[in-house]
Design a protein around this ligand. Sequence first.
Ligand SMILES: Nc1nc2c(ncn2[C@@H]2O[C@H](COP(=O)(O)OP(=O)(O)OP(=O)(O)O)[C@@H](O)[C@H]2O)c(=O)[nH]1
Ligand SMILES: [Mg+2]
Length: 432
Amino acid sequence: MFLDRVKIWVRAGGGGDGAATFRREAHVPRGGPDGGDGGRGGSVLLRVDPGLTTLRDFRYHHHFRAEPGGRGTGARRHGKAGDDLVLAVPPGTGVVEDATGELVADLVASGQEAVVARGGRGGLGNVHFATATHRSPHHAQKGEPGEERWLRLELRLIADVGLVGLPNAGKSTLLAALTAARPKIAPYPFTTLEPNLGVLELGDAEDRRPTIADVPGLIEGASAGAGLGHAFLRHVERTRVLVHVVDGSSRDPEWDHGVIREELRLHDPALLAKPLVVVFNKIDEPEARRAWPAFAAARRAEAIRCIAASAATGDGLAVLRALLGDLLPDAATLAAEPEPTGVVIHRLEAAGDGFTLEREEESFRVHGRRIERLAVQTDFGVDESAARFQRDLERLGVDAALRRAGVRPGDTVRIGGVELEWGPDAWEEADR
Ligand SMILES: Nc1nc2c(ncn2[C@@H]2O[C@H](COP(=O)(O)OP(=O)(O)OP(=O)(O)O)[C@@H](O)[C@H]2O)c(=O)[nH]1
Ligand SMILES: [Mg+2]
């Protein structure tokens, strides 16, 4: 199976919990708080490895987790930070947030990285909560959970020249004849299931080394999803020059030519505006030689560049090389990293203090990044921590908003993943 689109789940490590410990020393009967902070959780990153051309590594493995941060301990010892998890992807990998369909990163340049799930912050230890009037706090923060999300990785191979054509036209044979690449070649359609890349040695004074991509054969209806369809057309979107390979010995090369043009147009009319060379291949075959004059005349009438060649014997390949040399830009432009489209690095929203309130039958739901984070970082089993959270609700205005909305004792209030019961003076985590 050709894989250039995969769905993966990533989860960053949660931050470690802060500790609520007290100093114990031989001569100090009641030591002060000395709980250290939890360590930060590891993040999940994607990084471009220019040696990769497929998303094959994600074929059997779809779930990725970074390491959590360690818990803080006594004597103000901080927990260890979790290691980041770095996943290698090929250049041309678009990263789409599955839930929203939004492109969050477009990874094209060698070594380019994107953080796709940020590790949770470590919780603060109780040393941070001691004040002049409250010297022995039992409150420590829990670690912040790591982010998790479903992502779609979509590969658009980055190559200067794209070879397109019906199955069995001779695209892979042509790639092998022009470059050092050794793709599989066979006398039946659908031999190529994954794109192959080769470097074309133009041998000119500028020493240009454009890359050529041989993509699996297109069939009628490809733009609408037939066969392996769109997946392959996506790869030619970024190429600078298209080479359309037609099997000159086929029953009707003119029809073959028309099918591919139509599929390119249906996928994206801009594809037809790219510089194009039609290679009338297999000219060593008698049928091809017979069909060539009419085919050439038709292309001339449409003002489409067209040459007769044989990928098998090498006939016409010098002409093709020279034509590609003319159509491709200079060495500096070729060497430049392609421009990413859209957003490059996913930026996480800052935790704002704002919130919204929603009534759900007998209960309420509070949405707000900051208040949701405070809720998950609170250990409601510790009275002092629950009381502290109550003060956070007052400080942020959530408490007043709930009262205005008519909350009554016993009502359920959900904040993020935490379910609480509204009490006359304090909050309790609802039994679930
Ligand atoms: N006689 C002749 N045969 C050729 C030529 N080019 C390719 N072939 C043969 O055509 C068949 C198909 O070639 P491939 O290069 O695998 O074709 P492809 O376009 O890559 O096919 P898919 O990967 O299936 O899309 C093979 O048997 C090749 O040996 C040529 O110039 N002359
Ligand atoms: Mg092939």
